[in-house]
Design a protein. Structure first.
Length: 381
């Protein structure tokens, strides 16, 4: 968390909505500032860190998209991210970056050398929560981590928190990858991985459970359409951070613009959060008076489970082990033959990333086509 700030940290996620254009990025940063955001976040996108080229077409709010090619179109020069950090700081906000692989984690190390503690944390998105090798690389930077926990189970979160605390992780049937005990501060964001996310799926009573189980500050990364309901109710239940997408217009052409808030909506959200934040223990009464019966619908049971809207994404939006290129039966797998990516809709999911040290060096039992997930049945005993 930001030691310079009391109260809830509000993060304006502009994502890739700037299209790599500095003028548009400046407009988004200024819109975030005027709306009352504390931090402004962008995403460090290199397609090959996230997807295999054969991942296919994905239905999104703006229509069907060839996802790998769309991500390729969102790539910008590394210098853009240094400019973005400097511009956010000039505007009086703190810059935050989502990283998706080893290259973008290394970039964060270079930005840290330039800006130091002015970059308050690094963000790990929900699909990367199971990517233990990336978490460990980010931990070694020594920066606080904001970790989203959509499309995850309690065991997934427990493993990721352990990695970020420097405890290492278990590889079932193989042994333990030892950590060095050097942990970093973690803020855990509850999230529903659906775009848009139905408000009745949010189960916000899970926030005190997560805070108690893991001993970390909690918050919400909100993809619902309503500007106020989820953020205000989350703060009443102890959320210390609220992240929500910001766009200049829903018709702006950005990947997330259809589910983002326009500046006036974002300002309404900030106002709602600050009103509840000032109510202390009376926060739930305040939100019930403001939003009526809808509040009960978003509180849920408090049990950590996959939300109905995201169940079909488990194992597909999460990272798994895929073959980079076709491997023939009888060949021995090398590390360069494998890639840890999101499966998405078209390809077959593979083994979780924790098994990477197990499969390297194993002999392949049958041909595995380029891009497909690697499974136990593909390997000789």
């Amino acid at each position: 968390m930001d030691e310079r700030q009391d109260g809830t940290i509000i993060v304006a996620e502009v994502g890739t909505g700037h299209h790599g254009e500095k003028e548009r990025a400046e407009e988004l940063i200024e819109a975030a500032r005027e709306a009352g955001a504390d931090w402004v976040k962008t995403q460090v996108v290199w397609a090959e860190e996230i997807l295999h080229p054969r991942c296919g077409v994905v239905p999104l709010p703006g229509g069907p998209v060839s996802l790998y090619e769309r991500f390729r179109s969102l790539e910008v020069p590394e210098e853009f991210y240094e400019w973005f950090a400097a511009r956010a700081l000039e505007a009086g906000m703190r810059p935050l970056f989502s990283v998706f692989g080893m290259r973008s984690a290394a970039l964060m190390g270079r930005l840290l050398a330039v800006f130091g503690g002015e970059i308050p944390a690094v963000k790990i998105a929900s699909p990367e929560l199971v990517y233990v090798q990336l978490l460990d690389a980010v931990r070694r930077l020594g920066m606080p981590v904001v970790l989203s926990s959509g499309v995850s189970l309690l065991g997934d979160i427990e493993t990721s928190i352990g990695v970020l605390r420097g405890e290492g992780w278990m590889v079932p049937g193989w042994g333990r990858v030892e950590g060095d005990g050097k942990g970093v501060p973690v803020t855990l964001l509850h999230c529903v991985t659906a775009y848009p996310a139905p408000e009745e799926d949010y189960n916000l009573r899970v926030l005190p459970l997560l805070a108690g189980l893991f001993g970390v500050p909690v918050g919400v990364s909100d993809h619902s359409r309503d500007p106020e309901l989820i953020p205000a109710t989350a703060v009443a239940l102890g959320a210390r951070m609220i992240e929500k997408h910001l766009c200049l217009s829903h018709e702006g052409g950005g990947l997330d613009d259809p589910v983002a808030l326009e500046p006036d909506e974002f300002a309404r959200m900030v106002g709602a959060v600050r009103a509840v934040e000032g109510a202390g223990e009376e926060g739930l009464r305040v939100v019930r008076e403001a939003y009526g019966a809808r509040v009960e619908g978003v509180l849920g049971s408090g049990e950590k489970r996959l939300a109905p809207a995201e169940r079909g994404n488990y194992g597909r939006s999460n990272r798994s082990i895929h073959v980079r290129r076709t491997v023939k039966a009888g060949s021995v797998l090398r590390e360069e033959d494998l890639v840890v990516v999101r499966t998405e809709k078209m390809l077959r999911p593979g083994l979780p990333p924790v098994f990477l040290p197990v499969v390297v060096g194993r002999r392949v039992a049958r041909e595995v086509e380029e891009g497909e997930g690697l499974r136990w049945e593909d390997l000789l005993p």
